[in-house]
Design a protein around this ligand. Structure first.
Ligand SMILES: Cc1ncc(COP(=O)(O)O)c(C=O)c1O
Length: 368
């Protein structure tokens, strides 16, 4: 009797007026293991910036992936495609060169699927990152931080390590288009379906380019080209000037406090979709830092700087395309791994960014 009552409550949840009624959406389904929990993230309306611009601005809550970032999707597809191609079989090893979220995603996916995970990273990275990857079961090699052209660069070392082992793959997140495929098959369709096809614009920054390229490909196809897709770029990246100049690649110069984004070349993930982009927005570190604090104060969202940069770009695009439109972007990861920087007055002062934190929000900078 009780069971039947419950079942009825679930079945009619969408019309249920009672505050005790449990609403069960498809997103709250049971899933098969860690990898089943990747994706199907909520799309959060950012109320304050939406009110300010008269547009509906949404952030895809990628920080809610089980490994904590948008890179869980890429990690899953890099492994999945290696399996599909027969390059990785039970007991195999996954090797990647990464200092950030892709390593975390891969470490989780490998544990859940029973593979070994080997990560190469520049030895300039914090002990915290090395420890985290090791406690997730990865074998970590911090190696001297040398330029990409040098054969001892961490990416090349990762490639050689994989080549030296049987049943091992170098997942090569930058140029392996399984990364982009993750977003063509999952992130793009989720955004389209969550907004019931009302997506006037989409924007995000790029590291590998997988997210921007994959979502752009899907949204352009499904909207018949109507959704504007725009790259957001931090200082020190060459992509904004590449797009603004109609395809001139300049030497990389300058730097940014944002992590995981900014690029010095057109990766194989980005290459096929560059021509589909409608433009680009450059976002200064000052604006990204201000938005980190605003998101926390106004929306209760504790976001890393790449997510904040994406929201700054979304606001700029909303202002340009005018009220009544819908703009989507990506909330890539939380601020947890960056708190000792983003919420430290002395660190921000050292970067000349303390002035970017609005006075009434300085109370959040509680770390030394
Ligand atoms: C925090 C963060 N934001 C954004 C990105 C960019 O995503 P993509 O590599 O798909 O361009 C990354 C990539 O590592 C990241 O770690």
């Amino acid at each position: 009797m009780f069971r039947l009552g419950l079942r009825r409550a679930y079945a009619t949840a969408s019309e249920c007026a009672s505050p005790y009624c449990v609403k069960v959406s498809k997103a709250q389904r049971t899933v098969n293991g860690f990898v089943g929990a990747i994706g199907n993230t909520p799309l959060i309306r950012l109320n304050r910036v939406s009110e300010e611009t008269g547009c509906d601005i949404y952030g895809k809550a990628e920080f809610m992936n089980p490994g904590g970032s948008v890179k869980d999707r890429a990690a899953l597809y890099l492994v999945k495609e290696a399996e599909e191609k027969g390059l990785l079989t039970p007991g195999g090893t996954v090797v990647e060169g990464t200092a950030g979220n892709t390593g975390i995603g891969l470490a989780h996916v490998c544990r859940s699927k029973g593979y070994k995970c080997v990560i190469y990273m520049p030895d300039t990275q914090s002990q915290g990152k090395i420890d985290l990857l090791r406690l997730l079961g990865a074998e970590v090699y911090p190696v001297p931080a040398v330029a990409f052209e040098n054969p001892q660069n961490y990416n090349h070392q990762a490639q050689r390590h994989a080549a030296s082992l049987p049943n091992a793959v170098w997942t090569n997140q930058f140029d392996n288009t399984a990364n982009r495929r993750a977003h063509i098959e999952t992130t793009g369709p989720e955004i389209w379906s969550q907004l019931a096809g009302r997506v006037d614009a989409f924007t995000c920054a790029t590291g590998t380019g997988g997210t921007l390229a994959g979502v752009t490909r899907y949204l352009k196809e499904v909207s018949d080209g109507r959704t504007e897709c725009i790259l957001a770029d931090p200082p020190g990246s060459v992509l904004h000037s590449y797009i603004q100049s109609g395809g001139k690649l300049v030497e990389r110069s300058g730097s940014s406090i944002t992590e995981g984004i900014g690029q010095g070349r057109i990766t194989d993930n980005l290459k096929p979709e560059v021509k589909l982009l409608n433009g680009s927005v450059h976002v200064s570190d000052e604006k990204s830092v201000e938005m980190v604090y605003r998101l926390l104060d106004e929306e209760g969202l504790y976001m890393g700087a790449s997510s904040a940069l994406n929201v700054v770009a979304a606001v700029e695009i909303a202002r340009r395309i005018g009220p009544g439109k819908t703009v989507a972007t990506v909330l890539c990861d939380g601020a947890y791994r960056y708190a000792d920087r983003l919420f430290s007055k002395s660190w921000l002062e050292g970067k000349g960014l303390w002035g970017a934190v609005p006075e009434h929000l300085r109370k959040y900078a509680v770390l030394a």
